[in-house]
Design a protein around this ligand. Structure first.
Ligand code: PLP
Length: 400
């Protein structure tokens, strides 16, 4: 029913799509422009170059595909692998599950390591599998960095170490859809071969772009990779992008938005962006502790700084909390997906966000928890978050 628009605003705290900065909205507000006119080349080349920042890559090549994170997965797999190739991967949530499904549908021979939901990549198990692969038949290790179903961030650096210790030549393919641009992601240092994100996550843009980075090793692999590919073929991009051209019509508003979003992250200082995500996440986790509730994430080393996933007490349907938040307070928080539907809810804190915004989300969630019959003390979460944020906040650089 669109006959009534509530006053105020929709308070958006799902782990993607996320809040779009006003200056990004303004930057996207453009008439249509011709991408075949000469202005486009320098504009596009600059965006490809600037986008390397969020991957922390100098050696990698970035690609901006119209599409979403899922399209980025397809690009990562089809450009580097052939049907029948062995791939090892972990499944610990709905997104890692869907990636396995795609791998299987593309005809890859997938070795799935199932993990309890709430846990991350098991490096010891990976070491065991790679060591046993004496003929080096495994062609890729595929890992979801931040599992958005469970609020678990796996340790990609450790996965790389294990691969190096086993002296294994497999490619390392990483889904960074809900991490890249928010968390510390070190493509070159970790030897990641293809990394993928989507515009509606940490980049805080509308949905519609898959931003992908590929290492020189991944680009070399495409020459022998026999998977069928067309729209997401690196080749067509590599033929055109160096001259600042594209193989098909780009979304000009989204590219203007991406340029502005990258400029905002750069002006904040990308290391500060990472620290901000940690602070917002830590305050949110303290609020959860203040409520007396538990995280789904089973070990602090896997705590996600992109989103917090909270278990609801026995007998409470988490969907009721999410419903109360939306219907009574115009607050959007995330439902539990698949296996954890009804059992958890999710609060996103990635992308364009700050302490006061998060306090709104936490306060609104408290009201929704009370509405759903969860026995919490009003203000108990807000209080803990305030204590943490007030005592750790710094003066905004330009306002000192
Ligand atoms: N991978 C992760 C970790 C995600 O969180 C998502 C979406 O939420 C996806 C992949 C799929 O991305 P998209 O919906 O942009 O295709």
């Amino acid at each position: 029913d669109f006959s009534f628009t509530p006053p105020g605003r929709n308070h958006l705290f799902v782990p993607g799509p996320v809040n779009i900065h006003d200056s990004v909205l303004r930057a996207m507000d453009r008439p249509s422009l011709n991408h075949r006119d000469p202005w486009f080349n320098a504009f596009f080349k600059d965006i490809l170059e600037e986008s390397k920042m969020i991957f922390k890559t100098k050696e990698g090549t970035t690609f901006i595909f119209p599409g979403t994170g899922t399209g980025g997965w397809e690009a990562a797999l089809t450009n580097t692998l052939s049907p029948g190739d062995k791939v090892v991967t972990f499944r610990y949530g709905q997104f890692s599950h869907l990636w396995v499904d795609m791998m299987e549908r593309l005809g890859l021979d997938v070795i799935v390591v199932d993990r309890p939901w709430g846990e991350g990549a098991d490096e010891a198990k990976l070491a065991e599998i790679l060591k046993a692969d004496t003929k080096k038949e495994i062609k890729a290790v595929a890992v979801v960095h931040n599992e958005t179903t469970t609020g678990v961030t796996s340790d990609i650096g450790q996965c790389r170490q294990v691969m190096d210790q086993a002296d294994h030549p497999a490619l390392l393919l990483v889904d960074g859809v809900s991490s890249i641009g928010a968390l510390d992601f070190r493509m070159d240092e970790w030897g990641v071969d293809v990394a993928v994100t989507g515009s509606q996550k940490a980049l805080s843009l509308p949905t519609g772009l898959a931003v992908v980075a590929a290492s020189p090793k991944a680009l070399a692999a495409r020459k022998s990779a026999k998977s069928k590919r067309c729209y997401y073929d690196f080749e067509d991009m590599l033929k055109t992008n160096p001259g600042g051209n594209v193989p098909y019509t780009p979304s000009i508003p989204l590219l203007y938005g991406l340029r502005e979003s990258l400029a905002l992250l750069k002006s904040e200082g990308f290391e500060n962006v990472i620290k901000r995500h940690h602070r917002l996440a830590e305050g949110t986790r303290r609020a959860v502790a203040g409520w007396g509730l538990k995280l789904l994430c089973k070990e602090p080393r896997w705590n996600s700084d992109s989103l917090t996933v909270i278990e609801t007490p026995e007998g409470i349907d988490s969907g009721e909390i999410v419903k109360a938040a939306y219907t009574r307070y115009n607050l959007s928080i995330g439902v539990g997906l698949s296996k954890v539907a009804g059992k958890v809810f999710r609060i996103g804190h990635l992308g364009n966000s700050d302490e006061v915004m998060m306090l709104g989300a936490i306060a609104g969630t408290e009201m929704a928890l009370l509405d759903a019959g969860v026995n919490i003390e009003p203000g108990s979460g807000v209080k803990e978050a305030i204590k943490y944020w007030q005592s750790t906040s710094k003066v905004i650089p330009t306002r000192g």
